[in-house]
Design a protein around this ligand. Structure first.
Ligand code: KIV
Length: 285
């Protein structure tokens, strides 16, 4: 049986130059597949809102939805390190709500850690959560929950001022006690600099190859989300056409009476004619 990795292992992986492979998961079945492939960390991302629940952004996702999916992932991958994503509105109001909601991920869904978005404005909250015993992962650069404030889904840290701010945010999150952080949509050279300047692992998504690890939305990696595909995505499989092909073949078979075949049916071992005779005798009485 695999033993579950810990935040100490992830720091050791950074120090040893061993890359951390993280992936999003939203249900037990997929989580089981990913765990059996040896994924280092599973993220129950609030991207569930877009790739599973059909929202236009991650903003509408609720705590109830996140806990539902996180608990399923834990059931499907008991030996995996699972990070639950705090949804928009569950931590921005301050440390108290963040501790209450972070604790729910650990107690009700069995997560090992939580992730939240933001830089300097969330550091006091991160510190309070870590003091309360909740392992926290940061998320800076493009933060989808507040993409409107950033002027859309854009690369961050392109100019000197915003690059300086991102480096300061990374250092402050480490200082606040975060055990790692996602860097999303950051120029690769800046991500390399941040990675080199801090002692905790950076997990990149659209942040180049020098991060300590990488994360992708599993639906993107598997070619199952067609609404848009960001530049940083590499699709390792193209399942959407295969799903359509399989479902179309099923529909055609059902409509033409080709499914189910004999091999999918059960044979009765009783005399059904007798059943009808018995029934008509009952009616006569
Ligand atoms: O919600 C999510 O899937 C994420 C990743 C993009 C890092 O936050």
């Amino acid at each position: 049986m695999n033993t579950r990795k810990t935040i100490v292992d992830f720091r050791a992986m950074k120090q040893a130059g061993e890359k951390i492979a993280m992936l999003t998961a939203y249900d037990a079945g997929m989580a089981g597949f990913f765990a059996s492939c040896g994924v280092d960390m599973l993220l129950v991302g609030d991207s569930v809102g877009m790739v599973v629940l059909g929202y236009d952004s991650t903003v509408p996702v609720t705590m109830a939805e996140m806990l539902h999916h996180a608990a399923a992932v834990r059931r499907g991958a008991p030996a995996a390190f699972v990070v639950g994503d705090l949804p928009f509105g569950s931590y921005q109001s301050g440390a108290r709500d963040a501790i209450v909601n972070g604790t729910r991920f650990l107690k009700e869904a069995g997560c090992d850690a939580v992730k939240l978005e933001g830089g300097l404005e969330v550091c006091a909250t991160v510190r309070a959560m870590v003091t309360a015993g909740i392992p926290v992962m940061g998320h800076i650069g493009l933060t989808p929950q507040t993409a409107n404030q950033l002027g859309g889904y854009k690369v961050q840290g392109r100019d000197l001022e915003s690059a300086r701010r991102l480096l300061r945010e990374a250092r402050s999150l480490e200082e606040a006690g975060a055990f790692g952080m996602v860097l999303e949509c950051v120029p690769e050279q800046l991500a390399a600099l941040i990675t080199e300047q801090i002692g905790i692992p950076t997990i990149g998504i659209g942040a180049g190859p020098s991060c300590d690890g990488q994360v992708l939305v599993s639906h993107d990696l598997l070619g199952m989300f067609e609404k848009f595909v960001p530049k940083f995505v590499k699709a390792y499989a193209n399942l959407a056409p295969q799903i359509r092909e399989g479902v179309s073949a099923y529909l055609a078979d059902v409509r033409q009476g080709q499914f189910p075949g004999e091999e999918h049916s059960f044979v009765s071992e009783i005399d059904l004619a007798q059943l009808l005779t018995e029934e008509s005798n009952e009616l006569v009485k």
